[in-house]
Write a protein that binds this ligand. Structure first.
Ligand code: PLP
Length: 221
């Protein structure tokens, strides 16, 4: 079982390296629903960054392994914002200004700034969270007004269209939005796009952080 994990990890790392053609791309291992032992096993192979969807699950796992880097990649309700600020290193799903003072106030000084990505609902899906593309600029400006938050870039979960050309269109729209944001905020450095079934394409288009669950850990229960 552990050797399966090692094989999957090395496959993912080499696929990332090939797709990135030498560009650095960070891998966030999405460990949601998987027990701590699987995280420990992957950490023993050298993986440092892990992603969780549910705030309570991130809190429990971060308490067990505070030495690892924890990414909150699921939506955050206002009443969970303070927990995210205390336990996460990164938030990928900022989609409204209302969360900002809650995050900023609860961030412990000793943890440094919370890294923030703005989630964009790039395919305008009614069921999906994320802000509209035209809301990115004002939201980014609002993040920079909070001293305990650090704007790092953008995140999206495009519609999983069966046609790759349509997925490419969504990824390329995100790349363009990211480039535009960067002209106003030259310090940003992260475009979080791509999951198990489309990360090579996302990287080819310009993603430099991928979030991968099932390709590493197998299917979720
Ligand atoms: C679950 C999840 C992933 C990982 O999905 P896989 O298809 O298992 O790689 C990535 N990003 C988000 C936001 C997720 O919720």
């Amino acid at each position: 079982m552990s050797s399966d994990l090692a094989a999957a990890y090395h496959t993912v790392l080499s696929t990332i390296a090939t797709a990135g053609r030498g560009r650095p791309v960070r891998l966030v291992a999405v460990s949601k629903t998987h027990p701590l032992e699987r995280i420990e096993a992957l950490a023993a192979l050298g993986q440092r960054e892990f992603g969780e969807n549910y705030v309570q699950e991130l809190v429990a796992k971060q308490r067990a392994r505070p030495d690892l880097t924890w990414h909150q990649i699921g939506p955050v309700q206002s009443n969970k914002a303070a927990l995210v600020a205390r336990h996460a290193d990164w938030l990928h799903t900022l989609d409204r200004a209302k969360l900002l003072p809650l995050l900023d106030r609860a961030r412990p000084a000793e943890r440094g700034r919370l890294n923030v990505l703005i989630q964009v609902n790039i395919d305008a899906e009614a069921s999906k969270s994320g802000c509209r593309p035209e809301e990115v600029m004002p939201l980014a400006a609002a993040v920079t007004a909070h001293p305990n938050l650090q704007l790092r870039g953008l995140m999206a979960i495009p519609t999983p269209h069966p046609e790759w050309t349509r997925r490419r269109v969504s990824f390329e729209r995100m790349v363009a939005l990211y480039a535009e944001l960067r002209t106003h905020h030259p310090g940003i450095d992260t475009l979080s796009l791509g999951m198990s079934d489309d990360y090579p394409l996302a990287i080819e288009c310009g993603a430099n952080l991928v979030r991968i669950g099932s390709a590493l850990f197998g299917l979720r229960r």
